[in-house]
Design a protein around this ligand. Structure first.
Ligand code: SAJ
Length: 456
C-alpha cells in the first residue's frame, strides 16, 4: 500500500519507518522544514531510542520511506501530530474566576493536517488519527474538517488508533503492544486492523472511535490518579515520620495492591496533559481526576517547601538540581517538574544550576558543576544519581545538604557521611527555615524545554 504519515514526531516517525519496513511505500510529511531537511540528509532524530537510527537509515536508504513537506496520494493516511493544551481562566456561574483554570485541547494541528490531505484523499482511502484527542474528535475534527472542505466523506474510512508506547521503548512497544483501533464505522475498524496487522505483533483490538479515544485517556488518567495517591501518601508519611518508600514496598507485597511512586510532580507530554481532555469532556463528573491533577501540580512547590525546611538557618545561595528530564534515561524535558522547582528556587533568590547526563545542554561533568554548591536536589531518578557516593559528593559541596525527591538514595548512608537529608515521603532533618523576602527575581529562561528536548 501507499501510506502517507503526517507528523514526523516521536510517534509518526517510528510508525512511518515500521510501515516502510513492512513493505509499504511510505511518504513521511512534516511542516517543519528542518526535520524534513535533516531526515533527507539522514540526520536521524530520536537516535536515543533503541534501534531507531538503524531502522531509519535502512528504510530511507532503500527508498521505502521518503520525506517531504507536502502530502501525496495514498491508500492510508496517518495523522500523528501534537495536541497540546491551552490554559485559560475559568469563570464560575457568579462570574468569579475559579481556582482551577480551564485546560482545553488545542486541535489546530489535527485540523491543519486534515486540511493538508484534502487535495489527495480519495474514495476508499483509510484515514487514521493517532494523536491523543478528546472524545469525538475523530468524528468532529478529522471527518468534520474534510466535510467542511467539500470532500464527500461517505466513502472515506475514518479510524482512531491511539499510540500507547513508552518514551524510551518506542519501537519495541509499537511492535509488541496490543493496539486498540476504533472505526467510525465497522468497515473502517476492519481496514485499520488489516493495516496495523502488517507491522504490529500484539493483538489488534477493534472497537468504535469514541471508545478508542476514551481508552487512551483512561489509561493515562489511571496513572495520573495513582501517582497522585502516592504523592498524597508521601505527604501523610512526612507528617507521621514514616518512610513512604518503605511503606509502599510493604504494601505492594499484597497480591492486589500496586502503588506507584511519589516524586516532584508529573512531567512529560502525556500524563500531565491527557486528564485535562477528560475534564474538558465532562467537567461536572471529574472531581477525582481534577483533584489528582491538583495534587500532582502542587508537588514542585512542596519540594521547595521541604528544601527550605532542610536548609533551616544555613546560609545557602548556590544549589544544584540533579535531573532535568521528566523521567529517567530520556532526553525529553517537556513539562519536567525540575524546571518548575528551578524557577521557584530562583524566585526565592537562590542561584540554581542543573545537571543531567541525558540532556546535552545540562550534561556538564557533575563534579565541576556541583563544586562549591551548598545543596543538592535529586529530581530525576537517573541511575547515575543512585550510584553517587556520599563522601565523594560531600567533599565537593561547601555544605552537606541533600534533598531526594525520588527515593533514589539511602538516607542513613548520607547522614552518616555528615549530610542533612530530606526525602519526599520521608524524614527531614529539620532546621529553622530562613526568612526570605517576597521579592521576585526575574527567572532564568534556561529553565524551559528547548528544541530537541521534546522526545522528537
Ligand atoms: N511518575 C511518577 N511516579 C510513578 C511513575 C511515573 O511520579 O510511579 C512520573 C514520571 O516521573 C514522569 C511522569 O510520571 O514525570 C510520566 O511518566 P510515565 O513513565 O508514567 O509515562 P510517560 O508520560 O512517559 O508515558 C505514558 C505511558 N502511559 C501509561 O503508562 C498509561 C505510555 O504508555 C503512553 O503511550 C504515553 O504516556 C503517551 O504517549 O500517552
Amino acid at each position: 500500500m501507499r501510506v502517507c504519515v503526517l507528523g514526523l514526531g516521536y510517534i509518526g516517525f517510528p510508525t512511518a519507518c515500521l510501515a516502510a519496513q513492512a513493505g509499504h511505500d511510505v511518504i513521511g510529511v512534516d511542516v517543519n522544514e528542518s526535520i524534513v531537511n535533516q531526515l533527507s540528509n539522514r540526520a536521524i532524530h530520536m537516535a536515543n531510542e533503541d534501534g531507531m537510527a538503524e531502522l531509519a537509515n535502512a528504510v530511507l536508504g532503500s527508498g521505502k520511506l521518503r520525506v517531504s513537506r507536502m502530502a501525496e496520494r495514498a491508500d492510508v493516511f496517518i495523522i500523528a501530530v501534537p495536541t497540546p493544551f491551552l490554559v485559560g481562566d475559568s469563570i464560575d456561574e457568579q462570574g468569579n474566576r475559579a481556582d482551577f483554570p480551564t485546560h482545553s485541547a488545542d486541535l489546530s494541528y489535527v485540523e491543519s493536517a486534515s486540511q493538508a490531505i484534502v487535495p489527495f484523499v480519495m474514495p476508499g482511502n483509510l484515514v487514521v488519527l493517532e494523536s491523543t484527542v478528546p472524545p469525538n474528535s475523530t468524528e468532529r475534527t478529522l471527518k468534520g474538517t474534510l466535510m467542511r472542505k467539500g470532500i464527500d466523506v461517505s466513502r472515506i474510512h475514518f479510524a482512531h488508533a491511539p499510540e500507547r508506547v513508552l518514551p524510551g521503548k518506542i519501537l519495541l512497544e509499537l511492535i509488541t503492544n496490543d493496539r486498540v483501533v476504533g472505526g467510525l464505522t465497522a468497515k473502517a475498524g476492519e481496514l485499520a486492523r488489516e493495516f496495523y496487522k502488517t507491522f504490529v505483533r500484539g493483538d489488534i483490538l477493534v472497537t468504535d472511535a469514541v471508545t478508542a479515544e476514551l481508552v487512551k485517556l483512561m489509561e493515562n488518567t489511571f496513572r495520573d490518579v495513582n501517582i497522585a495517591l502516592a504523592n498524597e501518601f508521601a505527604r501523610i508519611c512526612e507528617r507521621l515520620g514514616v518512610s513512604v518508600w518503605d511503606a509502599i514496598k510493604l504494601a505492594n507485597h499484597h497480591p492486589r495492591v500496586n502503588f506507584l511512586h511519589p516524586g516532584p510532580g508529573v512531567g512529560g507530554h502525556c500524563i500531565a496533559v491527557d486528564p485535562y481532555f477528560v475534564i474538558q469532556a465532562a467537567p461536572d463528573l471529574t472531581n477525582l481526576i481534577r483533584t489528582a491533577r491538583e495534587v500532582n501540580n502542587a508537588m514542585p512547590r512542596h519540594v521547595v517547601e521541604l528544601f527550605l525546611k532542610l536548609i533551616g538557618s544555613c546560609s545557602v545561595s548556590r544549589v544544584a538540581i540533579l535531573g532535568a528530564s521528566y523521567k529517567p534515561n530520556v532526553t525529553d524535558t517537556r513539562e519536567s517538574p525540575s524546571f518548575e522547582v528551578a524557577k521557584l528556587l530562583e524566585s526565592i533568590g537562590f542561584t540554581v544550576v542543573i545537571h543531567d547526563p541525558h540532556v546535552p545542554r545540562f550534561a556538564t561533568p557533575l563534579q565541576s558543576l556541583i563544586k562549591g554548591a551548598e545543596a543538592l536536589l535529586i529530581l530525576t531518578d537517573h541511575k547515575e544519581y543512585r550510584d553517587l557516593v556520599p563522601v565523594d559528593v560531600g567533599d565537593l559541596l561547601s555544605q552537606r545538604l541533600i534533598l531526594d525527591a525520588r527515593g533514589c538514595i539511602q538516607p542513613a548512608e548520607w547522614t552518616s557521611a555528615g549530610f542533612r537529608v530530606a526525602q519526599v515521603g520521608g524524614q527531614v532533618s529539620e532546621g529553622t527555615p530562613p526568612k526570605y523576602g517576597a521579592e521576585q527575581v526575574a527567572v532564568s529562561k534556561l529553565f524551559e524545554p528547548q528544541d530537541g528536548e521534546g522526545g522528537a
